[in-house]
Design a protein around this ligand. Structure first.
Ligand SMILES: [Zn+2]
Length: 308
């Protein structure tokens, strides 16, 4: 098995949040743009209470999605044709680009215990699976997308690590090849909060299948590290303890957007979720102390790089 954590640590814990971009509550929905007054303020409250905890903010370079479901209802019912169109409105290019939101970027850059990584270029795709940005593109198309995503991050001066959580979890082979070509250290491309915990458990829910549920692993001939997500707001404390007892990684996932119109995201950042994590972290700290490695996906990827 991959050597992915220090020998004196029994298990590890990390926390990641998807869909970070500059949208404010005065836009369609808030995704971090309200800074300390919005969802990020709730995250900072948790970080303050747990000085060892790190958060990874998976941030989109130029978010263009409006709705994750088709609003062009008639078109969305016509097989084949619907795959050729965007089935909900897209924001104009640049509207949410990090390049055009320096205050937001500065705010993320000064957040304590925080690591920023990638979550796609536009977070949209044609056809029914709107948020799943990486689907059937050619290697050349993937290269164009990733190059532009990197350019925007660089131009905005956002501090970051070379890791990505693909929007909607999907990471086709041609995308993984492109990420390797661009020297990405890790990809977080599977979520499974249902499969029971055991040493051999494999991810079998969203995104990549048949990768370890509890442990990082190598993909693409050991060129990139995969890190799973296996825990969310409705996962039990028992699940966390089982992961620790199997010397695994508790990989907690949240989404920054809690509410879009009448739709409420189960794992959106709100007071209740942050309170639950507060209680969870206190009880794990009490039980395991320093045997538990509070880390981040970027730190794990570096550890793997340096020790394998
Ligand atoms: Zn997303």
């Amino acid at each position: 098995m991959l050597y992915w954590k220090p020998k004196d640590k029994k298990a590890a814990i990390c926390f990641t949040i998807d869909d970070i971009h500059p949208a404010k509550s005065s836009d369609l929905y808030e995704a971090g743009g309200d800074l300390e007054k919005g969802a990020l303020g709730k995250v900072m409250w948790l970080l303050n209470r747990h000085p060892k905890l790190s958060v990874t903010l998976f941030t989109t370079a130029d978010w263009r999605e409006t709705h994750a479901f088709p609003t062009r209802k008639i078109l969305s019912k016509i097989p084949k044709l619907r795959d050729k169109f965007y089935l909900s409105k897209r924001l104009k290019k640049g509207t949410m680009s990090l390049e055009n939101h320096p205050v937001f970027v500065d705010f993320l850059n000064q957040m304590k215990q925080t690591e920023i990584a990638y979550h796609g270029l536009y977070h949209v795709h044609k056809g029914l699976k709107i948020p799943v940005e990486f689907q059937n593109q050619t290697p050349t198309e993937f290269d164009t997308i990733i190059t532009e995503m990197l350019r925007i991050f660089e131009a905005s001066k956002i501090k970051n690590v070379k890791g990505i959580c693909p929007p909607g979890w999907n990471a086709p082979k041609a995308l993984l090849d492109t990420l390797v070509k661009h020297n990405f250290d890790y990809v977080a491309s599977s979520r499974d909060v249902l499969t029971p915990i055991s040493r051999d458990a494999q991810c079998n829910m969203s995104g990549l299948k048949n990768v370890p549920l509890l442990y990082p692993t190598f993909l693409n001939n050991n060129k990139i590290v995969h890190i799973p997500s296996n825990f969310q707001v409705n996962s039990s404390i028992d699940r966390a303890i089982e992961i620790i007892e199997n010397e695994g990684l508790i990989s907690i996932k949240a989404h920054i957007i809690k509410q879009v119109g009448s739709y409420v995201a189960l794992d959106g950042v709100d007071d209740l979720y942050m309170n639950y994590l507060d209680v969870l972290l206190y009880s794990l700290e009490q039980k395991y102390g320093d045997a538990l490695w509070f880390t981040s996906m970027g730190e794990i990827a570096q550890f793997v790089k340096n020790n394998n």
